[in-house]
Design a protein around this ligand. Sequence first.
Ligand code: SER
Length: 313
Amino acid sequence: MKKILLTGALGQIGSELTAKLRSVYGSDNVIATDIRETDSHVVHNGPFEKLDVTDAEKMFDIAKKNNVDTIIHLAALLSATAEKKPLLAWNLNMGGLVNALETARELDCQFFTPSSIGAFGPTTPKDKTPQDTIMRPTTMYGVNKVSGELLSDYYFQKFGVDTRGLRFPGLISYETLPGGGTTDYAVEIYYEAIKNNAYTSYIGEGTYMDMMYMPDALQAIIDLMEADPSKLEHRNSFNVSAMSIAPEDVAAAIRVHQPDFKLDYDVDPVRQAIAESWPDAIDSSAAKAEWGFKADYDLAKMTADMLEKLKAK
Ligand code: SER
């Protein structure tokens, strides 16, 4: 990775990944793009271009003009929004991906795009979900993610594009809010803990999903992209997780710092159904074995950091 093009750079992952990549590879070597332009460090601290990822020609032109050798394609709709607007999700998630893969093929770029725990479905084993297993998702987002994994594998096998990916769990962070995801409760709960010392969860008690703190997610992207390709058996995409948690676990971790924190529930049937179709706890051992994945933050350490950072904010 020397000259990197990012799509979706103003999103939850993109805003922090842009800053991290600029600190590692140099500000001028990270070309951030997004469909909107906001008053963000992403726009001000290095090259930035407005880009709708369904515009194949513009994506290619930006990549070519900047001589990029790496494409990190993040722009996508998350699971709950995709369920509300399935055709838009197909067009944006798959259209953007194929444009990014084509640009990588034509310009001989290394390529990363995230998959998700959403790529699994109700017939997938729920606990210690293996790297290679049944994948029959029942959401549009999941259909997009499985298709994306297969398409990325295809571009590697057929055209030799150096494609790599991670199946991210819910990502928890304090800089940019996620939007339209099923795992978003695990971010909102910290904001509400600071503001109101209380949270009403749209995900029900006892609903376990995998999660990870953003610093671990960013490091995992860099480590995978820098990994020795001869060691990579899976490429698209590796299971990675740092913790498997339910809302009451997060509440208990918050109560270590705020003993009176109150959690109650008002379950949203749409997002609850999505959550129940996903695994409880995935197995990250292939990522550990093939490129040394590790997570530094567990629930307790993440909670302490989230509360401290959000208080300061
Ligand atoms: N965080 C995503 C979502 O909830 C899962 O990849 O949609």
